[in-house]
Design a protein around this ligand. Structure first.
Ligand SMILES: [Zn+2]
Length: 242
């Protein structure tokens, strides 16, 4: 809710109130006394630049949460812009909402940099160019898998600097709701199929490390333990500041 506090970050062209979606288009500094109560009436039809959100790391319990289904609103469109901005800034090809601390069934994928990364792509049964659906933003996914398996080296923005070979189904059929509310069926393989599976795993509290063979996971154990301790340390510091 609006609180009347102002963020006058000079890197922003406009001052912001605590509610990011309210841009102050005609700002005048609040009087020194008394303190302003709440935000003034503010027009909300000004285009809002997307924000880079903070990515949460392994150890944070939100990454182990089974996420809630989404009922789309305009807020999800703004959130999607933020998620795409955050994913691109981190040089990732996918990002799920729990990775920015939100336990909801929403994710973004963008493999447009590599048009050769798949052998086929159908949307509702029609052959479709990859560029037509990138970046892919979806909520409430349901997946079905083909029988063939494939191995690819995977990483995760929430588990930085660790990578491992992961075996997954090669082909995936994904029923997804797009931001405009359309429910579509996407059939594909390759990197796009892999990225969709990885992100949908996030929405179920599953990480790629859970899909490793025990020997591969054992090799990562020390690093994962360190990340868990770092998370606990960050939490302690936050409590200390309060
Ligand atoms: Zn991930």
């Amino acid at each position: 809710m609006p609180c009347g506090k102002w963020n006058l970050d000079r890197t922003q062209s406009e001052p912001w109130c605590c509610v990011r979606r309210h841009v102050v288009t005609s700002y005048s500094p609040p009087p020194a006394s008394p303190a302003p109560q709440g935000c003034p009436p503010i027009p909300c039809d000004v285009p809002i630049p997307p924000l880079i959100r903070e990515i949460v790391f392994f150890g944070d319990p939100v990454l182990r949460t089974k996420c809630a289904p989404v009922e789309l609103t305009d807020e999800h469109k703004a959130l999607a812009d933020d998620m795409i901005e955050t994913m691109h800034a981190a040089q990732g090809i996918g990002l799920a909402a729990p990775q920015i601390g939100l336990p909801i069934q929403m994710a973004v994928v963008d493999v447009a940099h590599d048009p050769e990364c798949l052998t086929f792509l159908k949307v509702d049964g029609e052959d479709t160019p990859l560029a037509d659906i990138m970046p892919l933003i979806f909520v409430n996914p349901e997946l079905e898998f083909g029988d063939e398996k494939d191995v690819m080296n995977e990483g995760c923005l929430s588990i930085p600097d660790l990578r491992a070979d992961v075996t997954r189904p090669e082909q995936v059929t994904a029923k997804l709701t797009l931001l405009d509310g359309r429910r579509v069926t996407i059939e594909t393989d390759g990197l796009l199929g892999r990225a969709i599976q990885h992100e949908v795993d996030h929405l179920n509290g599953v990480l790629f490390i859970d899909r490793l063979k025990p020997t591969a996971k054992a090799r990562l154990r020390t690093s994962l333990k360190r990340m868990q301790q770092e998370y606990k340390e960050r939490q302690r510091r936050k409590q200390w500041k309060k």
